[in-house]
Design a protein around this ligand. Structure first.
Ligand SMILES: Cc1ncc(COP(=O)(O)O)c(C=O)c1O
Length: 324
């Protein structure tokens, strides 16, 4: 099964490091823990969106678009990395952010501005709806906006994570035997790419997405559909990977971007035992879920769990004392 990859602009620092978390494993007394450092992909402070943007930007450039247009939360990591990619390739960038402008300019929002993006506030409207308006406005000015959905989660974006599994399986040839991959899942592109990549490259471990903001059934349906569409896009025919899509929604807490004890403990524990920073919204929640699952005995001591760090640390400063 050989995927036909579309054009790619190599902008991420790859392969990202694969590291053992010796002290965290020992502290928790559970499985052996490893970490895949996609917080080190570069592109304005790293994160999973760099892999997606390699294919999204290549597609935009190949079709003569001169502007990247996307949407997300005010502290969206996807928006920040899209702004960085646009700057790098000399494209314009417009971001539609949910809600209204906060009192302070910090975290990703500050970086969006530094990277030269134009910001629009959805102010109660749907981001995608405002995106359509902004696209029309840009076109009327003679620009060619390339619309990217929330989280960069379409077939192009997911393709970045099919390739990521190829990268991982190469690293694992001289690395551990991984039984589980655990990571934060939200708009589904990362998970869709990972499961499809697992099927394509014969990765046999289980892939468990910790949902950040969706009920499990909803996210599973979304991921399965996107993985199937991505398979078709890569010339793999009709391929169902629904059996590989595993989602845990036990850690939704008080809702999206609401930091609770789960996130706080995970962020502090990983920082203080490994010197690795997680983020307040995604990886803090996913690691909190993993720690809880370890405590509940979901894994045996002989197993190996790989935590896929998907980035987001640029948001830390925006959460201040909530993290302490
Ligand atoms: C840091 C971080 N981790 C995980 C995710 C989730 O990735 P996806 O939207 O592909 O499910 C995102 C994106 O929203 C993110 O910014």
């Amino acid at each position: 099964m050989n995927p036909t990859y579309p054009r790619r602009q190599p902008i991420a620092h790859l392969p990202t490091p694969l590291e053992k978390m010796e002290r965290l494993s020992k502290h928790l007394g559970g499985p052996e823990l490893w970490i895949k450092r996609d917080d080190q992909t570069g592109l304005a402070m790293g994160g999973n969106k760099a892999r997606k943007l390699e294919f999204l930007v290549a597609d935009a450039l190949a079709h003569g678009f001169d502007h990247l247009l996307t949407t997300g939360a005010p502290q969206s990591n996807h928006c920040r990395q899209t702004a960085a990619a646009a700057a790098h390739f000399g494209l314009g960038c417009s971001l539609v952010l949910r809600g209204s402008p906060p009192a302070q300019l910090h975290g990703n929002l500050l970086l969006d501005r530094l990277l030269g993006a134009h910001l629009y506030w959805a102010d109660g409207r749907e981001g995608s709806e405002v995106m359509n308006d902004v696209a029309a406005e840009l076109r009327s000015m003679g620009r060619k906006p390339y619309p990217i959905p929330v989280g960069g989660s379409n077939v192009m974006g997911a393709t970045g994570f099919v390739m990521a599994i190829q990268e991982l399986t190469n690293q694992l040839q001289s690395g551990p035997n991984v039984d589980f991959i655990v990571f934060a899942s939200s708009s589904g592109g990362t998970q869709a790419g990972l499961v499809l990549g697992a099927r394509v490259y014969g990765f046999r471990g289980r892939i468990l997405g910790i949902s950040v903001d969706h009920p499990a059934d909803q996210l599973k349906t979304l991921v399965s559909a996107l993985a199937t569409a991505t398979a078709t896009h890569l010339g793999l025919g009709t391929l169902s990977v629904a059996d590989l899509v595993d989602v845990n929604d036990d850690y939704l807490g008080e809702g999206y971007a609401q930091v609770g004890e789960t996130e706080r403990e995970a962020i502090q524990m990983t920082a203080q035992l490994e010197g690795i920073l997680l983020d307040p919204v995604y990886t803090g929640r996913a690691m909190g879920g993993l720690i809880d699952l370890i405590r509940w005995g979901a894994f045996t001591r002989g197993q190996t769990v790989l935590f896929w760090h998907t980035g987001g640390t640029a948001a830390l400063g925006a959460f201040g004392e909530k993290l302490i």
